[in-house]
Unconditional design. Structure first.
Length: 266
């Protein structure tokens, strides 16, 4: 009866890895959310390809994961780098089942304050890179009989906010691209979902607080808008990421799932 209610629960109870035999590629894997997801996937038995711009950080995560992940540095807004990364992943790991699009950038400002360069960089990394990589993995997922694409978006892809005039639109694009891909590729057993975190404490968000005129006041304000009374940690997202990567979520696609400490409920 337990498995009828919670598929896979018995396996977890007896210690069977939930991502055994899954091959996953994770972008932005060197720090923050990407690092936490990589370590969680490793604990659940997945074979990993870790992708990012700084190879030294990826190598540190690889060592911490302890499952000899493949380390691949590159610029995901460039098709030639994507082609190289996917060629090496399939050659070394044998295929692909899961893609986690986590790489991202944040610039602060209103539409008047954001520069053209900042706007272009935001969409190049947050949207263009995700689009290029997602379309490039589709043939690999088809060859595997299906798979899961997990896009790390944001609650600001659902709601707007002050001083996020480039970041929020970019994450809104990610949410809608998630839904479009889910519709287009569901018949191929390719599922596409988005995780939408609120303010998670990472190197990226630490820099936002550090640059504020009164960092402690900003931190208090950020905490105050979350009913759970704290900021998120990268590890708060890993349970959902593991679920979406595995077979337990086989009937979940096109969803934008908040992990936000209650932020959107306020």
């Amino acid at each position: 009866m337990r498995d009828l209610i919670f598929p896979g629960a018995a396996d977890r109870l007896v210690g069977v890895s939930r991502l055994k035999n899954k091959i996953a590629l994770i972008t932005g894997a060197g720090t923050g959310i990407g690092r936490a997801i990589a370590l969680a996937f490793a604990r659940e038995g997945a074979k990993l390809a870790l992708v990012g711009r700084r190879k030294s950080l990826l190598e540190a995560v690889s060592k911490e994961a302890g499952c000899t992940p493949l380390v691949l540095a590159g610029d995901l807004s460039q098709q030639r780098d994507i082609d190289r990364i996917l060629t090496e992943t399939t050659a070394q790991l044998g295929g692909l089942n899961v893609l986690v699009n986590n790489a991202g950038i944040l610039h602060i400002g209103t539409v008047e304050q954001i520069t053209e360069e900042q706007w272009d960089e935001t969409f190049r990394i947050n949207v263009r890179g995700l689009w290029l990589l997602s379309r490039s993995v589709l043939p690999l997922l088809r060859k595997s009989g299906g798979g899961s694409i997990i896009n790390v978006a944001s609650v600001l892809g659902i709601n707007g906010a002050r001083n996020r005039a480039s970041y929020a639109p970019s994450k809104g694009a990610v949410v809608l691209l998630t839904k479009c891909m889910a519709i287009d590729h569901g018949h191929e057993n390719i599922r596409v979902n988005a995780i939408c975190p609120s303010f998670v404490e990472t190197d990226l968000t630490a820099e936002v607080i550090r640059k504020a005129p009164d960092p402690e006041a900003v931190r208090r304000e950020r905490i105050s808008v979350h009913p759970l009374g704290r900021l998120g940690q990268p590890e708060d997202l890993t349970g959902l990421a593991v679920y979406l990567a595995g077979d337990e979520s086989s009937w979940v696609t096109g969803a934008a799932l908040p992990v936000d400490g209650g932020y959107l409920a306020v």
